[in-house]
Design a protein. Sequence first.
Length: 106
Amino acid sequence: MKKRFPRTLKIGIAGLAIIWLVFVGIVWRAMNRTPEQFGQFMSKLPMPAYFVFPFETMWTHARMGTIKPGDVAPDFELQTQDKKANIRLSSFRGNKPVVLVFGSYT
């Protein structure tokens, strides 16, 4: 004799799956917005939510970008460390190698 799941259990599992998919979709949409908007969204997310969805995998795909090895880096302008001038990345093109370090370098 085969055991069968009660109908209410099947409906409950399907409902939870739908809620999870909607939640993952909302997080995915937030990840594809500007860093400021994404930061605001994540600051309101309760800590247990981080364990319920595949955060790292989604983040990797959302922020992957389109630059491939060998492509020319997109041009941008930044303020110098002493805040006295601005420098464009393109001003170094063809002159000398440039290394970009993001985050702490200690």
